[in-house]
Design a protein around this ligand. Structure first.
Ligand code: GAL
Length: 828
């Protein structure tokens, strides 16, 4: 931001003094704008249901010190009897207390100091120096309190206490995590400042020559006298100032004022999923030539339309939304957010060709949206999984009446400057969709959104969204139901969100001639990564149908990774994509889900504790179908063959290949051709059924007779060694950054042992620590927080975090009978 600094220097030369906000406290963390400092280090934590009340905390209460963000549930044991149920990941909630003592510099006495929580799961209550600040039931929404009236300044300390009550269970259909699981900030401002979420930037007219940028700025004066000030907004592209506007204001004592500033950006560089170009608006407030407040807003310039016939148009260009739904947990890290962990998930998805994220089914961490802005994802930002009617006994329905207006408003105010957001979803599979209350609430919520933002479309994720009797189309389930979705029919939605029932998608235009389409949630296919048994035995074990008793699944709770297993309400991956691909008016879809998540282990129950829906497993290892999407959604040349090549001699094995940019694929077994296949019609893979013979299986894709790619799989010999691969071998020495290290168990020649399930022990020396271990196995009950873990189908992940000190981190992995391996990560 060199030129932003230059801009401030220029203001100084003009006689406008720049006031640098200062804070006490030793945290040197990322400053997301110049007013905010991370407030995450050195909290004390106590987990105990017996302390129900703040006043029962006494000197004998035992505390442990930790840094936020923190999720206490992930530290616990998987528990069959957990009130959260296996749906909630079989991890317990409970009642937790956090406290932190801190000092505030004397010079801040005339300023406003607020504490900002990005999200606390759930029912948080906060006290400062014994004064009660308030309660926030919703675990996913951000909130802040003004601490100024109660603070001690100078040498006297302050104490903040946070009670987090996640004891009433079940309250979630998936793993929620518990605690202050998102970032906390201290925000210090002059009494005259841009209000919380105080800017709203829109780009009402965009052409290649110029974009009009409309900036609404809410200025708050907490002085007891009126103030004359100058408000300047400057727009920067990268480090260069593009334009600015200045306005004089007089603002009454203890009043708010909203300014409207209009700017023009010439030759705008547009934001898109492919080239996510961002601008920064820097708002400064000055009094008597002194800058008293500076507020930065990142935004993008783009225009879009959901066209009834052409689908989604971004900057005039047709873009199919190839999205995935994501829950908020980060696998072995639980729900404690970590920016690098989210970024890694998004990188893996981007590499597959994903260009859309649905924040199912709640407001996400702000860092996710920042990353979607920077990396280019088309976001559906969702508010609720239920309204008044409960899905679980203690879920948000309990708080609905009192809190839904505030929570929804805050979500829109917080998120509306993100260029990545294109749709607001007011709910997921809301039970009221079948009753007369549905349209009433949908209209209320839609009006709340539109009062704050009319630049995106309001949707809801509904099942079945089609406004027809379900037996008018061929569905394999609920044939005789006469569901009629009242929310879809209410007129409250700008875009109809379909959950599943892909067989109905083609009828959309007939049913809703004036409302565009989005597949809000699709597919729900199921796979265990690297598991392929029952291939030639399909009728005895999974896959095929699951709408039988669970006991007819595999006894070890595995699901075949061939794309053949689906929930009855969903489809295979291929089936839904084939429909979406076929018609322009189908603007896209969000697949359930991008990554596996903790909880909801459909189709199984306990002992399974994490999901099977992901295209990528819980550890971040792609399942095979990842490459089907990659072959369809990217320009990268793909040739992926599977399964592994360790079977019984003579056994029939189905070999599948996903490929692109070629006319055909020829398969060779130990050098001998076993046939050439090409995709016909809308095929998305080719297949050979061949008797197994140990050795090498080699696929060659060709275009016009010329080799495009070759791909080989080999029979693995006995497991003999470990291979460690870090996603990044140099990380930041900031106490937060992560290196994700993949452990492969291989034979002497480096061929992956496809069924190896050795227990791997990890040890670490140097400036870091192990913060997560995971194999992606939905049945494993080993702690993600331990230092050993059992591999699943040859693979395991270990996550290493830097200390706030530079140096080397040496990670060693060992397992009985295997050669151990060490990898060095540098933190700097
Ligand atoms: C949907 C629901 C999701 C998830 C999914 C599993 O109905 O919206 O949250 O439960 O089913 O297939």
């Amino acid at each position: 931001m060199k030129n932003i600094r230059n801009f401030i220097q220029v203001l100084s030369l003009l006689g406008i003094t720049v006031l640098v906000m200062s804070y006490t406290g030793k945290e040197k963390e990322t400053i997301c704008n110049s007013r905010k400092t991370a407030f995450n280090l050195g909290w004390s934590f106590h987990l105990n249901d017996s302390i129900k009340d703040k006043d029962t905390i006494n000197s004998s209460t035992a505390w442990r010190t930790l840094n936020l963000p923190h999720d206490w549930s992930i530290e616990g044991k998987f528990d069959e009897k957990s009130a959260a149920g296996y749906g909630g990941g079989a991890l317990n909630g409970g009642l937790g207390w956090y406290k932190k003592t801190f000092k505030v510099a004397l010079e801040n006495k005339e300023k406003i100091t607020a504490i900002v929580f990005d999200g606390v799961y759930k029912n948080s209550q906060v006290w400062i120096n014994g004064h009660y600040l308030g309660k926030r039931p919703n675990g996913y929404i951000g909130f802040q309190y003004d601490l100024s009236p109660y603070l001690n300044y100078g040498d006297k300390t302050n104490e903040i206490i946070v009670k987090v009550d996640n004891s009433k269970q079940p309250n979630s259909r998936w793993y929620s995590g518990s605690g202050i699981f998102r970032n906390v900030w201290l925000e210090t401002t002059d009494k005259l400042h841009v209000d919380q979420w105080g800017t709203y930037i829109t780009t009402p007219k965009v052409t290649a020559d110029k974009a009009s940028v409309k900036i609404e700025t809410a200025v708050k004066n907490q002085n007891s006298v009126s103030k004359n000030a100058i408000v300047t907004t400057a727009i920067f592209k990268n480090d260069t100032k593009v334009t600015s506007v200045t306005q004089n204001i007089t603002i009454a004592a203890n009043a708010n004022q909203v300014l409207n500033q209009d700017l023009i950006v010439n030759s705008p560089i547009l934001w898109s999923d492919e080239k996510p170009e961002l601008y920064t608006a820097v708002t400064t407030i000055s009094i008597d030539n002194k800058i008293v407040d500076e507020y930065k807003t990142s935004f993008g310039i783009r225009y879009f339309k959901f066209d009834l016939n052409k689908g989604f148009l971004l900057n005039g260009k047709q873009v199919k939304i190839k999205g995935v739904c994501m829950h908020h947990d980060l696998g072995p890290l639980g729900s404690a957010i970590n920016t690098r962990a989210i970024e890694r998930q998004l990188e893996i998805l981007k590499e597959m060709g994903v260009n859309g994220i649905r924040t199912s089914h709640n407001p996400p961490a702000p860092e996710l949206l920042d990353l979607c802005d920077k990396m280019g994802f088309i976001v559906m930002d969702e508010a609720f999984d239920m309204w008044k009617k409960a899905k679980n006994k203690f879920d948000y329905s309990v708080d609905w009446d009192k809190w839904h207006v505030r929570d929804l408003q805050d979500q829109i105010l917080r998120d509306r400057n993100h260029p990545s957001i294109f749709m607001w979803s007011i709910g997921n599979e809301i039970p009221e969709q079948w009753s007369d209350e549905g349209p009433v609430i949908a209209k209320e919520l839609s009006a709340i959104v539109k009062k704050l933002d009319t630049t995106r479309l309001v949707t809801a994720a509904m099942n079945p969204a089609v406004n027809m009797k379900i037996d008018e189309v061929t569905l394999q389930f609920e044939k005789n139901d006469t569901y009629f979705n009242k929310i879809a029919a209410s007129g409250a939605l700008d875009i109809i969100g379909y959950n599943y029932a892909h067989q109905t998608f083609e009828h959309h235009q007939k049913n809703f001639p004036n409302v565009p389409f989005i597949g809000a949630e699709t597919t729900s296919a199921l796979e265990t990564r690297g598991y392929y048994d029952a291939v030639s035995d399909v009728n005895k074990k999974w896959p095929v149908r699951w709408d039988k008793k669970f006991t007819e699944g595999n006894p070890d709770n595995t699901v075949s990774a061939y794309d053949q297993v689906q929930t009855p309400w969903g489809s295979t991956h291929e089936a839904t994509w084939k429909v979406i691909k076929k018609h322009d008016f189908l603007s896209g879809m969000y697949i359930w889900t991008g990554f596996d998540y903790i909880g909801e282990p459909t189709p199984y129950e306990w002992p399974s504790i994490s999901s099977y829906f992901g295209i990528v497993d819980l550890a971040g290892f792609p399942k095979d179908v990842y490459y089907m999407y990659q072959s369809e959604w990217t320009n990268k040349t793909v040739l992926h063959i599977f399964p592994h090549w360790n079977w019984t001699e003579g056994q029939n094995v189905d070999v599948w290949a996903y490929y692109n940019n070629a006319d055909e694929v020829e398969l060779f077994l130990n050098g001998k051709s076993v046939g050439t296949r090409s995709k016909k019609g809308d095929d998305l893979h080719v297949m050979w059924r061949i008797p197994f013979q140990a050795g090498t299986l080699k696929a060659v894709s060709r275009k016009n007779g010329k080799t495009v790619l070759e791909s080989e799989i080999k029979t693995a010999g006995n497991s003999s060694q470990l291979k460690l691969t870090a996603d990044r071998s140099t990380i930041k020495a900031d106490g937060y950054d992560l290196s994700f290290i993949t452990v492969d168990i291989t034979d002497a020649n480096g061929v992956l042992s496809p069924k190896a399930n050795n227990e791997i022990q990890f040890s670490l020396k140097g400036n870091g620590k192990i913060v997560g271990v995971c194999s992606g196995d939905p049945v494993s009950h080993e702690s993600y927080k331990g230092s050993k873990h059992t591999a699943l189908n040859g693979k395991c992940l270990v996550v290493v975090q830097s200390a706030a000190k530079s140096g080397k981190i040496e990670l060693t992995a060992q397992a009985n009978g295997l050669k151990q391996k060490t990898i060095i990560i540098t933190a700097k």
